[in-house]
Ligand binder design. Structure first.
Ligand code: ADP
Length: 422
């Protein structure tokens, strides 16, 4: 009969342990977890109190992080030294300890019991380990009937190892959250700085551009040529500032779209006009293969033009002199708009086709600086196209075989379009 009761009790205890393990896996709030573990351990072992002490490496001491049955807040303020304390001995020996008669113990660190006013009669302590390295101690005090048994050692050891893993995971998550928050703050700082720097640079640059173009037009000969060079350099700087501003705008998630219906032909012509000089300077032939009938699209014309300028600018830069750039636009059978920009340039290896849309990614190491650029043209184009509900991808047969960038802009019903326009 006694045997049957013992078996039933064991089954109940094991069921509680399973319950603990399920709860531990379903919550990452460290305080909640610790409270739950100590409370359940006290119930399973049928004892007055259970505490968890964690090792503080910096101070080489154990600290109470959770406890039942006594003033947990008070306990948290009482450090336990490794020397001359039972918890310290359990931690240092990395083995469980049962003390059936507390009075016979000299080593008892009485400070703790004294301060929280608890009289300890018997005690069981087990080490908490991660990969067999002790990280703390779990203690059970004052078994209600009799003293702690080897069975209790096994039960508390299981709970202690579960607690150790749960604490480890919760701490990892905490560290990850903190790192994420710090990163977000740094990112915000970077965005603010970029916005401020762009703004501060734009005004003086506007003045330089204004006076340089005035000088270029009004003067002659060498002076006009020098003014032209100043103008070109200043325009390049403005393009860099514009790119930084665009990237910031994408990050800020505050991008406001001003949508109007315009023919895609207008957008492509405008984009082409921005890079025409550069294309001419490199002796490229640009073929525009777009239908005469206007293909209307509801978009933010400035933003979509910026996206196409970035792609065309790359096609010009990454194609050796005398190349061909072909722009086509058509409607798919489903009514979406497909624009394709092909070049006869240096091409892209398959392993880079996706990565080139990542911020600051450049196939050529930036140390060689053969083609220049910041590595943000394509991510900006992608962000702007996606803001229009579209998609962009790159195709290439490989290095030396040219590249094609395809942009798919979704067909939008009139109702959806009017709902989207602000
Ligand atoms: P950037 O052109 O300033 O380097 P982008 O984000 O516009 O930055 O492009 C990222 C990278 O993708 C480029 O550095 C280049 O390695 C590759 N790339 C982009 N367009 C082409 C192209 N038309 N042909 C070959 N490589 C290209």
């Amino acid at each position: 009969m006694a045997e049957e009761q013992h078996l039933r009790q064991m089954a109940e205890q094991l069921a509680r342990i399973v319950e603990v393990s399920i709860t531990l896996n379903s919550t990452l709030n460290l305080d909640e977890l610790l409270q739950f573990i100590t409370k359940t351990a006290a119930e399973i072992l049928d004892c007055e109190a259970v505490s968890i002490l964690l090792y503080d490496e910096k101070r080489a001491q154990l600290n109470f992080v959770a406890s039942t049955g006594s003033d947990a807040q008070r306990l948290a303020t009482i450090p336990v030294p490794l020397e001359n304390s039972l918890a310290g001995q359990i931690f240092l020996d990395n083995t469980p300890m049962i003390i059936s008669d507390m009075k016979s113990q000299k080593r008892h660190y009485s400070q703790v019991a004294l301060q929280v006013g608890i009289e300890v009669h018997n005690l069981l302590g087990v080490p908490m380990r991660i990969k067999n390295r002790p990280t703390g101690v779990m203690e059970a005090l004052n078994k209600r009937y009799g003293s702690f048994t080897e069975e209790d050692v096994d039960l508390l050891s299981i709970l202690a190892s579960q607690a150790a893993v749960a604490i480890h995971n919760a701490r990892l998550v905490q560290a990850l959250r903190q790192a994420y928050n710090e990163l977000s703050a740094t990112n915000q700082l970077k965005s603010n700085f970029l916005a401020l720097a762009s703004h501060e640079l734009r005004t003086p640059l506007g003045i330089i551009i204004g006076y340089a173009s005035f000088l270029e037009q009004e003067s002659q000969g060498e002076l006009s040529e020098h003014a032209k060079q100043v103008l070109n350099a200043a325009m390049q700087m403005r393009a860099v500032i514009d790119a930084m501003t665009n990237l910031n705008m994408l990050h800020s998630k505050e991008m406001v779209m001003h949508r109007v219906a315009v023919p895609i032909q207008n957008i492509l012509h405008n984009a082409l006009a921005s890079i025409q000089k550069l294309a001419d300077a490199k002796g490229h032939q640009v073929i525009l293969n777009i239908p005469k009938t206007p293909l209307s699209i509801k978009c933010d014309p400035d933003k979509l033009t910026t996206a196409f300028v970035n792609i065309l600018d790359n096609a010009v830069r990454f194609t050796p002199d005398g190349g061909t750039i072909t722009i086509t636009a058509s409607l798919t059978p489903g009514g979406d708009m497909l624009v394709s920009i092909s070049d006869t340039g240096i091409g892209i290896a398959p392993s880079h086709l996706k990565k080139i849309f990542d911020e600051f990614y450049q196939v050529e190491p930036h140390t060689t600086r053969k083609h220049g650029g910041l590595g943000i043209g394509l991510p900006i184009a992608k962000g702007l196209i996606e803001a229009h509900g579209g998609k962009i991808w790159a195709e290439s047969e490989g290095p030396g075989k040219g590249s094609t960038f395809k942009i798919l802009l979704p067909k939008l019903s009139t109702a959806a379009l009017s709902a989207m326009s602000r």
